[in-house]
Ligand binder design. Structure first.
Ligand SMILES: [Zn+2]
Length: 348
């Protein structure tokens, strides 16, 4: 990773300049999304519909040309802070001061939201973020993924999929910077991740590189040559003001970085780059009790939690297999054999 970061630092400015020269001048024109047109210099909030699918969007079509950025919330239904952040930002932003086009997708998975579900869509019990690029003749989640691929990802240049910890999960705010083996794209994606200003940046290369099997929403962008980040802000299905304000700040930093609104993106002074995440697995089904919390530093062998049976007898002491920082931990008791209730970020 070290040499990759040095390459990033050396060539980032040149690459960034090149990238923008090659962009199309989208936003002097009318921007069309699912048959609805938004004129240059206008803002349009509406339900984008096709068949049984209806998605709340706000399109801000700037008066000047520039990139097209998609900001999405609610890919998972109970991850709330970014939903409120996008409402706030979409309301406050003035299209006359925007270069390029912003698509706010306020709820990517409305059925999951109304079903109060962790990750899944109650219509077919599928996780939208595992069904890309989707299928027009598939289940409801597969159809939704197909529409998001065809009508949203195809129209954009940059993407941030904004998540949180679900009702069962505490997490340290972080951003995933994926890499797919395309040096220019990976570099630009990393610069984009740094520009969010988030302190904890997880390098992530585990997703397929085949656009026909892209699996996640951001990887559907990446495998089509477009930077696609995932942010994780807030947790425990809360809607606290601090997390909402932080998500707004992260989204604004993205807009600054892309020169879509005036202002300067400020990368975090003490950014921590993680090369991997170690998941600590439970070998039993029963009750999980955490013994550490997010942000704690752990070393190999440190106790991070316990699993007990239904009668309170300890079956397993979970220990760290790697040294690092607790990034995510389950705060609610249920645990199933094979699940990983603790995730440890391994910094460089
Ligand atoms: Zn999520």
């Amino acid at each position: 990773m070290d040499s990759m970061l040095k390459r990033f630092a050396l060539s980032s400015f040149a690459l960034f300049a090149l990238f923008f020269i090659s962009l199309n001048a989208h936003s002097k024109d009318t921007f069309e999304l699912l048959g609805v047109q938004t004129q240059a210099g206008e803002k349009n909030a509406y339900m984008a519909t096709e068949g049984d699918i209806a998605l709340p969007v706000t399109v801000v079509n700037g008066s000047e040309s520039g990139p097209v950025l998609l900001l999405a919330a609610g890919t998972h239904g109970d991850e709330y802070p970014s939903m409120f952040a996008l409402q706030q930002l979409a309301n406050e932003i003035d299209p006359a001061s925007v270069s390029g086009t912003i698509i706010f997708l306020h709820l990517a998975n409305p059925d999951g939201f109304h079903g109060r579900r962790l990750a899944l869509n109650p219509k077919d019990e599928k996780n939208l973020n595992r069904e890309f690029p989707g299928s027009k003749n598939g289940t409801p989640t597969e159809q939704l993924a197909e529409l998001l691929t065809r009508e949203f990802i195809s129209r954009i240049d940059f993407f941030i999929d904004m998540h949180s910890g679900s009702a069962n999960q505490k997490l340290l705010n972080h951003v995933y910077s994926p890499f797919v083996g395309n040096a220019e794209l990976d570099l630009l994606t990393f610069e984009f991740a740094r520009a969010t200003g988030m302190q904890h940046i997880v390098m992530y290369g585990d997703r397929p590189r085949d656009p026909a099997n892209s699996i996640s929403f951001p990887n559907t962008a990446m495998t089509r040559g477009k930077p696609g980040l995932t942010t994780e802000i807030g947790h425990l299905a809360q809607r606290d003001d601090a997390s909402i304000a932080y998500a707004v700040r992260v989204a604004k930093n993205a807009l600054y970085f892309l020169n879509m609104i005036s202002g300067k993106a400020t990368p975090h002074q003490n950014a921590v780059i993680y090369q991997d995440i170690d998941y600590v697995k439970s070998h039993h089904t029963g009750f999980f009790t955490p013994r550490v919390t997010i942000g704690d530093k752990v070393s190999v062998g440190d106790v991070v939690g316990e699993v007990s049976d239904y009668f309170g007898n300890v079956l397993q002491t979970l220990t760290a297999q790697a040294s690092g920082i607790i990034m995510m931990i389950n705060e609610t008791p249920p645990v199933t054999e094979g699940e990983s209730p603790v995730a440890i970020g391994i910094a460089e």
